[in-house]
Design a protein around this ligand. Structure first.
Ligand code: ACO
Length: 326
């Protein structure tokens, strides 16, 4: 029975930093409010001309190097994103060209902040069935282009970045043990970007109404996220007969430190075994988990054979998890 294993990780964040005090000077917010309510201290934003595929490219080069592979070795590219270069073609196709990965098929997956988990689940299936041997999965977002920088309820939360992993088949005990995907479309309007698609095509009216910006019912989303994620992490471990005490590292989506702490508390997990980087990058949506994963791999916080749990929650509403034996 084949399993898929992550054989290389990489990440990239743009150089430009916007900290909370800068936002406090521009709009009615403060470093104190943002830090206390979210845990975010600063975020990265792209420079003019920098697009999603540019971030993907930088993260992918590092993941390929870590896996010891060349772009032409890759047979499939999946990009998880809600902020691609353009509605079509897929950002994965543009990334394919940039990398020169001429032997790959390429497509995008959109599950907003749960995008990386959805992408991982899709990738896992392609590898397990033998349909792909060397798959590049990237989570990347340029959220800064879709924010109303005058709306304090959203602009303080998000950031830009990309994380990439290479997946290959393995017959051993290590690898992805299970993935779990969920969605509740009844709550689609909790987090959305209503303009610019076929429902509300771009027009003077949609732009005047700010429909091309991310809208979020923050507090309502917060409550569902805490409840849902607590259940999800417990059931993921239970289905794999893994006790929370055996978990080496929880790598959660980075939306809010209060959500992350509540999930860790439910598992009785000390924060030293939880990957947190939202203080530096804010919520980078589908990039947050692969960036955090790359950090813990590179600084040696996870070792061969460790149990690692990934979980995310986002627009859709969607949520999902993955348990890995590293
Ligand atoms: N600065 C100062 N005050 C603010 C700010 C701000 N940036 N934003 C909101 N406030 C005010 C509100 O106006 C409100 O004031 P009022 O009491 O006078 O009405 C007060 O602070 C409390 O507002 P809430 O929205 O209730 O604050 P809450 O504690 O819920 O925090 C937050 C808001 C951070 C958005 C939180 O609800 C959250 O993290 N939600 C979940 C986000 C999430 O997980 N999203 C999923 C992923 S995103 C994706 O998929 C794209």
């Amino acid at each position: 029975m084949l399993k898929s294993r992550i054989t290389g990780t990489g990440s990239y964040v743009p150089e430009k930093i916007i900290d909370n005090s800068y936002l406090g000077k521009k709009i009615d917010t403060s470093d104190e409010w943002i830090t206390e309510r979210t845990g975010i201290r600063e975020r990265r934003v792209v420079k003019t001309g920098q697009a999603n595929s540019d971030l993907c490219f930088e993260a992918s080069k590092k993941a390929l190097l870590a896996a010891g592979l060349k772009p032409k070795d890759i047979d499939m590219i999946v990009v998880a994103t809600m902020s691609g270069d353009m509605p079509m073609p897929s950002t994965a196709a543009i990334l394919q060209k940039k990398l020169g990965a001429k032997n790959a098929s390429a497509f995008d997956v959109n599950a907003a902040c749960s995008g990386f988990i959805y992408g991982l689940s899709v990738a896992d299936k392609f590898i397990k069935t033998g349909a792909s041997q060397k798959l590049l999965l990237v989570g990347a977002e340029v959220n800064s282009r879709f924010l109303d920088w005058e709306d304090r309820a959203t602009c303080v939360l998000f950031g830009d970045g990309a994380g990439a992993v290479v997946l290959e088949p393995t017959k051993g005990k290590r690898g992805i043990l299970s993935t779990h995907l969920h969605s509740d479309g009844n709550l689609w309007d909790f987090i959305c970007l209503p303009g610019g698609g076929s429902k509300n095509p771009p027009s003077e009216k949609t732009i005047k109404k700010g429909m091309h910006f991310i809208k979020m019912k923050g507090n309502e989303t917060f409550k569902v996220a805490v409840r849902t994620l607590e259940k999800l992490v417990v059931s993921t471990l239970r289905e794999n007969n893994v006790d929370p005490s055996e978990l080496a590292m929880l790598i959660p989506h980075q939306a809010n430190l209060r959500i992350i702490s509540a999930t860790a508390r439910r598992l009785n997990l000390p924060m030293s075994r939880v990957a947190v980087n939202l203080d530096k990058y804010g919520n980078t949506s589908s990039a947050s988990i692969p960036i955090a994963l790359d950090e813990v791999v590179r600084d040696g916080r996870i070792k061969r054979g460790d149990y690692v749990l990934l979980e995310a929650f986002g627009s859709g509403l969607t949520w999902g998890s993955a348990l890995i034996k590293w």
